[in-house]
Design a protein around this ligand. Structure first.
Ligand SMILES: [Zn+2]
Length: 416
């Protein structure tokens, strides 16, 4: 009976460990920024595994990799997807778990001789992290037509390269068209990246949606001058306004319900000990599960920053790096994840995601849901990121049974 079907936990751990060697950092963790040589090596390994499993592998024009297991009927697949790029100080589970668990689902069905009515596709999307090229979820957005291919290829990264040039350089601009692909349903297994499941002692999170994200880069320009001879009252110091903006972000997060805010990058130029800076360039990351509150945070930040800039006599320009409204997942599919987790004997809770994920690009177009497993200490985007093997196994089994319910085992076939 397919009800008793379980993934091979050792095989999944082995694949995770082998992928973790690519871009491995000396003290643990990985650095596989999107479209680097390390990313290319990981992609080639993934494609080799897909081919071993007999999947039909397609690389599209933005470098998304899809391996499809045919169904007994043609049509859009049930897609199990995530990403294999990482931040510069990444862990080995973020993204990679969702892709490799997808392979494990396929391998388990193959071994049990179970065919499904609808195809099952395993996908790895280009540049989910946004750490090298913003916005995040880049490949998934292009896949679902929310971002144009040429627009995406023209994006300039933190090192001055473009998405298009790097895709071409590593040979990952595939021949398949992109932007019109439809899926029957989309599922993503991912580590929680937060502390809640561990704190509650719950094994599975049935994710109800992703909070809204607003990323902006501010360039503040003033007057560079001598640190010793310029009277305090005559200064136009971008560094002071940058520092005040960082304090403002923290204050707004305390005042608006559900709000979080972060200044992740701040550079002063020329960056010398005895020179009032000419310019400050900084990023602000604002998130809220409620769109109206997120807009309120953006508006208040804009107003108060304008006052700070006027008081100091500096100019401010703002550039949007990414902006996504909150996305709600499919309620019935979230319920299915819950039911499959319970049927497998796991504790489960409904929760919103604090982080952005590839799944949100699919939510407007197809029934979409995510499965979370606990992150030790709530830590991720960090080399010490860790999820216990029994939690990895539990999440992959929930993915297996949810995918199977959606793809529909064919009666009369072995095990079905
Ligand atoms: Zn991720």
């Amino acid at each position: 009976m397919s009800r008793n079907l379980r993934i091979d936990a050792a095989r999944l751990q082995d694949r995770l460990a082998r992928m973790a060697r690519i871009g491995a950092l000396p003290g643990g963790g990985v650095c596989r920024l999107a479209l680097t040589d390390q990313d290319r090596e990981a992609r080639l390994l993934l494609v080799a595994w897909m081919e071993e499993l007999g999947l039909e592998v397609v690389v599209d024009a933005i470098g998304n990799i899809t391996g499809t297991r045919a169904g007994t009927e043609p049509g859009p697949p049930v897609m199990l997807g995530s990403h294999i790029d990482t931040v510069a100080t990444g862990g080995i589970y973020d993204g990679t778990l969702g892709v490799l668990a997808g392979l494990e689902v396929v391998a388990t069905l193959d071994e049990a001789g179970i065919r499904t009515r609808h195809p099952i596709a395993v996908a790895a999307f280009t540049g989910e992290e946004g750490a090298r090229f913003a916005p995040d979820m880049l490949g998934a957005l292009v896949h679902q037509g929310a971002l144009g291919l040429e627009e995406a290829r023209a994006i300039v990264g933190i090192d001055g390269t473009t998405v298009g040039a790097e895709l071409d350089r590593i040979g990952q601009a595939g021949p398949a068209p992109v932007g019109t692909e439809r899926v029957r349903a989309f599922l993503e297994l991912h580590i929680e990246q937060g502390p809640r499941l561990e704190a509650e002692g719950t094994v599975i999170g049935a994710v109800t949606g992703v909070q809204g994200i607003s990323w902006a880069e501010y360039t503040i320009e003033g007057t560079s001058n001598h640190a010793g001879t310029t009277p305090m009252a005559m200064r136009h110091d971008p560094g002071l306004v940058a520092a005040a903006l960082a304090v403002l972000v923290r204050r707004l997060a305390g005042e608006i319900e559900g709000q979080v805010g972060t200044v992740g990058r701040l550079a002063l130029e020329p960056g010398l000990v005895n020179v009032i800076p000419a310019r400050a360039v900084m990023t602000v990351d604002l998130r809220n599960p409620d769109e109206a509150r997120l807009q309120a945070a953006e508006a208040r930040l804009g107003d108060e920053l304008a006052r700070l800039a006027a008081a100091e006599g500096v100019t401010v320009t703002r550039r949007t790096l990414a902006r996504f409204p909150p996305k709600l997942f499919d309620d019935a599919l979230v319920g299915r994840v819950e039911a499959e987790a319970r049927a497998l004997g796991h504790s489960v809770t409904r929760m919103a995601s604090g982080a952005g994920h590839d799944a949100q690009a699919f939510a407007p177009n197809a029934p979409t849901a995510m499965i979370f497993v606990p992150s030790r200490g709530g830590i991720s985007h960090n080399t010490t990121e860790y999820t216990a093997p029994e939690h990895v196994e539990a999440g992959a089994n929930v993915l297996l049974h949810t995918a199977l319910a959606l793809a529909m085992p064919v009666a009369g076939e072995g095990g079905a």
